[in-house]
Design a protein around this ligand. Sequence first.
Ligand code: GDP
Length: 460
Amino acid sequence: MDVEDTISAVATAVGEGGIGIVRVSGPKAMTIAERLFCSATSKNIADAPGHSALYGHVVESDTRKCIDETLLLIMRAPHSYTCEDVVEFQCHGGAVPLRKVLEATLKVGARLAEPGEFTKRAFLNGRIDLTQAEAVMDIIRSKTAASLQVAVQHLSGNLSQQIKEIRQALLYMIAHLEAAIDFPEEDIEELSARKVKEGIEPILAKLGKLVSSAHSGRILREGLKTVIIGKPNVGKSSLLNALLKENRAIVTSIAGTTRDSIEEYVNVQGIPLNIIDTAGIRETEDIVEKLGVAKSRELVSGADLILVILDSSMPLSPEDRQVIDLTRSQHGFVLLNKSDLPAQLAVEEVRDLVGQWPIISLSLETGEGMAELEQSIVDEVYEGQVSSEAVYVNNVRHVHCLNQAQHHLQEALHTIEQSMPIDCIVIDLRGAWESLGEITGDTVGEDLLNQIFSQFCIGK
Ligand code: GDP
């Protein structure tokens, strides 16, 4: 990427909308605006202060033919999203006018932006770090208010702050040890090693806490993959409908990973429940029979949560046992549905089969038990510790770096226990320091950056 380039892209979603924005960033942004903007009030772009708007028209640079009406936003370096000069043409939101405006900017010296390039520039210019850049994408893709909150916290830098403090502490220890290497008196060495050991332990505790938040964090970001399973007529579709009806904030219904299923997001008290709705759920056919045991096993093994439904108005049948057997190695809840009807099912028998799985009595007819089910799901995700203040790690990449840092610090403790030379401890500490730096982007390679930003949308 050449930061000398001036980049341009349509920053709003494709399709019809009230307004559409073409965003231009880079050293030539103001010149490009001057070539294409015709003020309705004879105001000059050069005289306009940063964060101001001028009303007028976008015109073709050569013919001066009007393309669209526009409000031109002017943001001057370094007070912009990218820290560069930025102009935004706010036009009417339609594919054709926006494309014409975009083409006009390209004609007078801009280059089409790559996906995520605006945010990448914000990162390279030091306005945000990598966790914040990644948070931008998470905000755009957040599925519920709770996932949005985690992403906004990351954007505000709360994860980076914790990582920076830990790196600072590591750097302090490294400096201390290096001083001891330079003045190699034995008692200093011993003292240093002991101090470092005392320093590493609280850091490991902090890292452990961050890693354990990743379970909730990942689910808030990606959704809790949930499979509803049971023999025909137990109430699978009724449960799906009840969840969909009570929690209207369905984000999308997208094609699932297999052709046999679609995925729906349901918002259960802020938790995006990603219900893997097998074809068998909607129809009253037997899911196991329909998909086959191997396929059902595959589906079940990829889930975070299994909801096994049994009909409590009937005795336990061989099919119920088959369903339980299929899911036993996973984690989930057993729902004893139709609690409004006289009970025929021996709960003790179910208890013997499912071990630790919570058993929830439910009636999808009356709604009884739905609140308990939802609360159990919430407890499951937060492991009983809901906190709006907590920092949740929500990104697999971050977890990987945290694990690496943990590993290096364990090695450092081992090195100290073995009374190995101080240089070896320094190597371990530096390893941890670098792994953590990959989270914030302080020690990160070009390849990884490209990989991260390529997941962004164009214009962001
Ligand atoms: P599926 O085949 O597992 O998807 O089951 P359905 O959701 O289609 O439900 C089968 C039948 O049981 C339907 O007639 C539902 O109205 C009925 N049903 C579902 N839940 C309950 C319940 O809690 N109580 C009663 N009495 N009937 C229910």
